[in-house]
Design a protein around this ligand. Structure first.
Ligand code: CMP
Length: 138
């Protein structure tokens, strides 16, 4: 059964002009893009999105980076979308990301790691609703 996940093409990848290549890879992997837009988050919006990480030592760095420039937010549909998108992204730390993954190709560091993906279907629904209204999902 098709399910949804949520993705972000992060500010480092947009700054580098890699958003088109990443969207191509998403389509080539068989995802149906149900929502997509370019946004520039405020610090407060990034803090809200990453609230589960508020106690982590990297929270300040993470939210500063995520509000440092435009990013592309995506609602992605596929069979088993959550694990499929995580597999295409590769490991959080690009140094550990497998060949052929987006983070291997496009990410510079664990902080500036090109893409985000939900870790569960439950969180995907929460994360999609954080950025998209019903009208923006086709
Ligand atoms: P993401 O999937 O967006 O979810 C949380 C993010 O925190 C993660 O990707 C990383 O970019 C970031 N992150 C995780 N660990 C570290 C770290 N040690 N230092 C900086 N950022 C981190």
């Amino acid at each position: 059964m098709s399910t949804l996940t949520f993705g972000i093409i992060k500010p480092d990848a947009v700054r580098a002009g890699n958003q088109g290549k990443i969207v191509d890879r998403i389509l080539a992997a068989g995802f149906n893009i149900r929502g997509m837009k370019l946004i520039h988050q405020t610090r407060k919006q990034a803090e809200g999105f990453y609230a589960v990480h508020a106690e982590r030592p990297f929270f300040g760095e993470l939210t500063e980076f995520m509000s440092s420039g435009p990013c592309v937010v995506l609602a992605l549909e596929k069979e088993n979308a959550v694990p499929a998108w995580r597999e295409l992204m590769g490991a959080t730390n690009p140094a550990e990301a497998a060949e052929g993954t987006l983070r291997k190709e496009f990410a510079a560091s664990i902080g500036e790691n090109a893409v985000h993906g939900s870790d569960s279907e439950e969180n995907a629904a929460i994360e999609i609703a954080y950025f998209f209204s019903k009208l923006e999902l086709v």
